[in-house]
Design a protein around this ligand. Structure first.
Ligand code: PLP
Length: 386
């Protein structure tokens, strides 16, 4: 009896050990978790409760409730992006929208371009489907915005898709319109499917969020998003994709043997979130912006902020001056200063020498965590420095 090659190839999460240890220690400031600290808005919770009471306890169509697909299409259309309900696929989390898109367009053995640093699940899902991840660099000196040439030079005859993520985890980068347009052009020139992970679309503090789909001329862009981050609904597991033609149809078919359909209850909740009052989203964005400003104030003055986050709710802290790998730095920071972070290398080798912090935690925790990090880095750099 042996495990499948896929199971064996699946990388273990480097973040787990840290999380386990953080759970055992008292008084830890948690800056490692990438999820909103806000509760799901009450009107969304109410809609879900009502839906259950009214019998929304059965399977739904695989690609989602028609009313929810229509609501999502209407949201895209309101931005000027043509979208019909048939082009929307609702999934259990954006994480499965991404997997369904990959399963629809990528054969085993094919290559897919992923950001380095980038969300670790990109690599993991490609291993799970038997495809090969090919990282492209996001360079710190370019503010972690991709250089299109870096991507083009990694394309081979086996490359099928390009994954992009803006606003970005873990860098907080927001790609400017010129770069987004060039990425779409490049996908067209090289006949790649561009999968755009936009789960942080609602949280932009500088610049604007530009959807690759807005400049898509031939249906090769798949937009992936969801309600997890925008509406503080990570536990509801509800995401969606906007895809065109055959890809949309194939994603719906492929989802069936994996998930049958997304949770009916979560779909009703998501519909309430998307069609109800939106002030709460702006309030959360403003709260994250204030926390982002705290992080910048406290870390940039110490010279340990790798880049100013323009979106999402993450920042990379530069700890390269400490002569230890960042995994060890993160563990010591946790043990000695009681701040839990994520070592940058979990996101790719170009984040080596950094720690990722999430500022989706309460402002007092973000501020105190940053002060402790600054103090720790100052002391540790003196001890271990040249
Ligand atoms: N994409 C990125 C870049 C993320 O950071 C995350 C969650 O951390 C997701 C997707 C997952 O979103 P969901 O909860 O909708 O599956």
């Amino acid at each position: 009896m042996t495990l499948s090659a896929r199971a064996r190839a699946l990388p273990a999460s480097g973040i787990r050990a840290m999380m386990e240890r953080a759970r055992q220690l008292p008084d830890v400031i948690h800056l490692e978790v990438g999820e909103p600290d806000f509760p799901t808005p009450p009107h969304v919770v109410e809609a879900a409760v009502r839906a259950v009471r009214e019998g929304a306890t059965r399977y739904t169509p695989t690609a989602g409730l028609p009313s929810l697909r229509a609501a999502i299409a209407a949201r895209f259309a309101a931005e000027g992006l043509q979208a019909s309900p048939e082009e929307v696929i609702v999934t259990p989390g954006a994480v499965f929208a991404l997997a369904a898109a990959l399963l629809a367009v990528v054969d085993p053995g094919a290559e897919v371009l992923i950001p380095n640093p980038g969300w670790p699940n990109y690599r993991a899902v490609l291993h799970a489907i038997g495809a090969t991840p090919v990282p492209y660099p996001l360079r710190r000196e370019l503010g972690y915005v991709p250089d299109v040439e870096d991507i083009a030079s990694r394309v081979t005859p086996r490359t099928r898709a390009l994954i992009v993520n803006s606003p970005a985890n873990p860098t907080g980068a927001v790609f400017p319109a010129t770069v987004v347009h060039r990425l779409v052009d490049l996908a067209g020139e090289l006949d790649l499917v561009l999968i755009s992970d936009e789960v942080y679309e609602a949280f932009v503090y500088e610049g604007t969020h530009v959807r690759p789909a807005a400049s898509d001329r031939d249906g090769r862009v798949v937009t992936v998003s969801g309600v997890s981050k925008t509406y503080a609904m990570t536990g509801w597991r509800l995401g969606y994709a906007l895809a065109r033609g055959e890809i949309a149809e194939a994603m719906g078919r492929i989802a069936e043997p994996f998930v049958s359909c997304p949770s009916a209850i979560a779909q009703h909740a998501a519909e309430a979130a998307l069609t109800g009052p939106q002030e709460g989203v702006a309030e959360m964005r403003d709260a994250y912006r204030a926390r982002r400003d705290l992080v910048v104030d406290l870390l940039a003055s110490e010279g340990i902020l790798a880049a100013r986050p323009r979106g999402a709710f993450y920042a990379l802290v530069d700890v390269a001056r400490i002569s230890m790998d960042a995994q060890a730095v993160a563990m010591r920071l946790l043990e000695e200063a009681r701040v839990a972070t994520t070592p940058g290398e979990a996101f790719g080798d170009l984040a080596r020498g950094t720690l990722r912090i999430s500022f989706a935690s309460p402002p007092e925790a973000v501020a105190e965590g940053c002060r402790r990090i600054a103090r720790f880095v100052r002391a540790a750099a003196q001890v271990t420095g040249p």
